[in-house]
Write a protein that binds this ligand. Sequence first.
Ligand SMILES: Cc1cc2nc3c(=O)[nH]c(=O)nc-3n(C[C@H](O)[C@H](O)[C@H](O)COP(=O)(O)OP(=O)(O)OC[C@H]3O[C@@H](n4cnc5c(N)ncnc54)[C@H](O)[C@@H]3O)c2cc1C
Length: 442
Amino acid sequence: MQMYDAIVIGARCAGASTALLLARQGHRVLVVDRASFPSDVISTHFLWPHGMSYLNRWGLLDEVLAVTPAHTTVEVVNDGIRLSGSVPPELLREYFRDLHGDDSGVVQSYASVRRRVLDQILVDAAAGAGAEVRTNVTVRELIVEDGQVVGIRGRGVDGEPVEERARIVVGADGRNSFVARALDLPKYDERPRCTFAYWSYWSGFDLGPAQLHRRGRLACAVVPTNFDQNMVLVWGPSEWSREFRADVPGNYQKALDFVSPELGEVVRLKGTRQERIYGTLDQSAFLRPLHGPGWVLVGDAESAKDQCTAIGMTHAFRDAELVSAALDGWLRGTASIDEAMTGYESRRRSQNAAAYHDYVCTLAEMRPYRHDELQLFVALRGNQQETDRFIATHADVAPVSEFFQASNLFLLNDAAKESSADHPVFADFAETSRMYQQNLFA
Ligand SMILES: Cc1cc2nc3c(=O)[nH]c(=O)nc-3n(C[C@H](O)[C@H](O)[C@H](O)COP(=O)(O)OP(=O)(O)OC[C@H]3O[C@@H](n4cnc5c(N)ncnc54)[C@H](O)[C@@H]3O)c2cc1C
């Protein structure tokens, strides 16, 4: 039996990327997935510029851009208050220097690349780098000897047994991680309040860069994607999901019309839906332990959170770079496994990472924005630099603590060039707030 340096379970954003990077470093890698490719998963696919930058650092961005429309700004519209901007390049470079020690390959573009497109590119790149890729293989058992994970047992598509051994097993097998269940790993910092999310693919209109709209407790996004289509997504608080599900197509359009009447009209009058409406209710957030004897987790397996900031794929790429750099040192013998894993853990469990996890979980509760929060968005309209920094904060490029510190908010309000009286949401705020609490779908 061949002894691998690493076996990676799961071959998508986290797993294929980890396998690719380890194989490029010259290590013997096996990556298995029960799925076959190309295929989608329950996920939309928006990439912030650091996500795009990872693909560029790995030499894969041109292949993605050959079939995927990209843009250089995003629009964020909260209760009709429109902000447009982009994560500043200097913050992107700082992000890569802080996390990975170099800022090569930074790009300032955004794109939404279908998983059936992206995951295939990642899997092919891993195979091209020398990783052995086996699809249609379901892992059913971890081989544990003397308390240490040393391999996997599973079945191929025709039921044939699979058994392989490695120095380390990487769990990149998503939020319902088999590895975590097999090792009986606890979940902690669980946040059950999350969003329901439903989306589909539409042809017939071109609205330019990605738009993210929010009104009251509901939100929607429209982003250009592959095959000349737009991905149109609606989301809201999970406690409204039962009523939403009673009529998915009707309530999908109802949500669009409520959050952005203009967008709702474009979709209704010009759009042709090309696929069914996909959806999910299970997005509660949690963390799991990162590593142990013979195993390490990356991507959603280790840290799952709500889709509301569209960051999971970019975080999976981040984990792949961090874990492959850490394992490379150990596999080469320049660091002990403890040093390697402690280094990985300290970057993954930084104070900034904890603050961002909390930010996403709080947003996912989908409570309506308060009066002062909406005033902040008005103030930002007069200040492009701070608007860009807000977008960078929302995307986990700049630390949450630095944007939302009291002195910054005070300065921002001071710099407001526009009066909140110009925006209808403030006209009868008490009445609007009451209305926002009513379940639109009941
Ligand atoms: C509704 C929704 C919308 C989202 N939108 C976005 C977005 O716009 N942008 C963004 O960045 N993120 C988004 N995310 C988050 C994103 O989908 C995840 O963070 C990302 O897919 C995590 O990648 P991963 O590789 O860790 O896991 P996954 O993509 O879940 O891949 C895990 C793989 O492991 C395999 N596997 C599992 N168990 C086994 C086993 N026992 N044996 C073999 N193989 C196994 C599975 O087949 C799967 O292919 C969204 C998520 C949801 C739910």
